[in-house]
Design a protein around this ligand. Sequence first.
Ligand code: S3P
Length: 747
Amino acid sequence: MSKAWAPVAGEPLVGRLVVIGLGLIGGSFAKGLRELKLCREVVGFDLDARSRELAVELGVVDSCAETLEQACAGADVIQLAVPILAMEKLLAQLAALDLGDAVLTDVGSAKGNVVRCAREVFGSMPGRFVPGHPIAGSEQSGVTAAQGSLFRRHKVILTPLADTDPTALALVHRLWSALGADVEHMGVRHHDEVLAATSHLPHLLAFGLVDSLAKRHENLEIFRYAAGGFRDFTRIAGSDPVMWHDIFLANREAVLHTLDDFRSDLDALRAAVDEGDGHKLLGVFTRARAAREHFSKILARRAYVDVMHSNDLIFLANPGGSLAGRLRVPGDKSISHRSIMLGSLAEGTTEVEGFLEGEDALATIQAFRDMGVVIEGPQQGRVTVHGVGLHGLKAPPGPIYLGNSGTSMRLLAGLLAAQPFDTTLTGDASLSKRPMNRVAKPLREMGAVIETEADGRPPLTIRGGQRLSGMHYEMPMASAQVKSCLLLAGLYAADQTSVTEPAPTRDHTERMLRGFGYPVDVQGSTARVESGHKLRATRIEVPADISSAAFFMVAASIAPGSEVLLEHVGINPTRTGVIDILKLMGADITLENQREVGGEPVADIRVRAAELNGIDIPEELVPLAIDEFPVLFVAAACAQGRTTLRGAEELRVKESDRIQVMADGLQTLGVQAQPTPDGIVIEGGPMGGGEVWAHGDHRIAMSFSVAALRASAPIRIHDCANVATSFPNFLVLAERAGMRVHAEGGS
Ligand code: S3P
């Protein structure tokens, strides 16, 4: 009986590793670990004598055993890498041997079957058996194709059971990690369903389609006309038939389940073609295209590119530089969200131009696609929304995922509260921490039924089929999201719904509702709607986002010698607090070519470098500059004297606690920045470099990029991936304008 092999510092991780089945996967596992010298010895076993010889010759293993019993004697880890249908027989043979404390693991691509076989032959699932599945392969097969790097940056899924020994699990996890794999843990059933959907079904379809065409055209003549599309779709029909036959038999239930779902969707597509239902076809194709683009992004960014391998995207901002030129920043986020929401609820087709192709606004598009709205684009900022009318939304197939977007969640809550179906709204880690009671509470007063997690955090579950009644609501905080949420609910509520705000907030919802022909009454600080009207489709031109332009306003102000012209920026008076505050600090900002576009005022904004002075920021400007404070804090750090902000406690519940996170970062750079409960006090002065954290908050990441213009050393900014939520081409524009910031690992 072998004694459990305990690793000692400086010694290999495993004593005797045994790999049974020396094909591509088993061979690569053995070879990789042998090359890394992580095992004292690597022993192979294969029924095929030639494979055993080759494995030794090619350095895949140290030696091969002649029998299974000899191989397993004294083993510390046994990797089962035989074809999935051979697994049952192998397990039965292993159950008859004394395996001591050896850890067992396998590479089978269906896990339920392996676990079932193990239970049958061992009587129960051995605690030291860790089921696994590397998602890797190659067109070649056999031991000659084995390569130690096969699993690098590929996923390996381990499917431990409740009573799997944690030390065995940790060891198997470490071995795969050492090979460069991205190891995840998952339940057995979930694994089999995921693989049935993403791997097994596509193979079945590819094999099935090629066979179906080939047998009807026996001389295979039609394939002469097959172009790239056919080649791409059917590439996997060239895979190993025996292996795939095994997989379908092993993962029978999960495959049948996903195949049945697909068949009913295919029938619906057939019916659409039969009935000439172009709308239905366009819906399926636009949704599929969006999903495919999302998937390509994940593949390109998350799984295969080194910089993104860890989830931390780091911006490296080098000190100095000045800005010059004309810049057009992306479309306004608030207006982009609303164009999709109102366009979807309108009757007719709404054309949008200048749409922000950032992750937040794309999340809103996806939400409405999930609810059956056909939306074409975005393509170069153009989106076509085929409105379904106020009562045309359909129940989504599952929870609606809104990523980082608080605006999507709060506004959607209002209009979903009145739909006939239930919905669940979820988001990423940051959104899941944000307060939703500010909308849930007044909506409940209108008759909505909404469930939240503790303290009103997402996910939100909104029960359909409620009759809402209109009401008057005095908002306790100045929030355009809360106001908009209630006005949207008011489109469905009996009688009138009115909202009074304690201070002016952005009024894009009111303006756009009117643009869609829906009457909105605004008297002083109260906006009122009544139900019973309709939205009529329209054209929307989204101006550039002043919140994105703000980074360049501050950048050009603080970097000596700078002059930029920011084109076509929205200057809605409920958004221009940043310009007022910067001007009070002494900034040189002029508005040129002022005009109105689709109900929103727009201008080109010229900014020249200027000496800034610290100020007491007037409280009434706070809601009008609410998203621009992170970068305004950078301006304050570069100003002469002290800047004080009060009355801005809302900043603590944005994508991050923007007061604390900015204070921490500025202090790291040597700036005196003192947070207060509702604001901050910043003393202007020299700024050094250092490591700062954006905490996944897009605006913090961009603000510290701007700070580098006046820093004396580089600033490394962690956790910047969410810049893509509002400003996907920030780095390109910033570098073009003269800033010295780039993604670390990039150019
Ligand atoms: C927004 C309103 C603001 C703002 C957010 C967008 C909107 O939030 O911070 O980025 O589009 O209505 P609050 O309403 O919470 O202040």
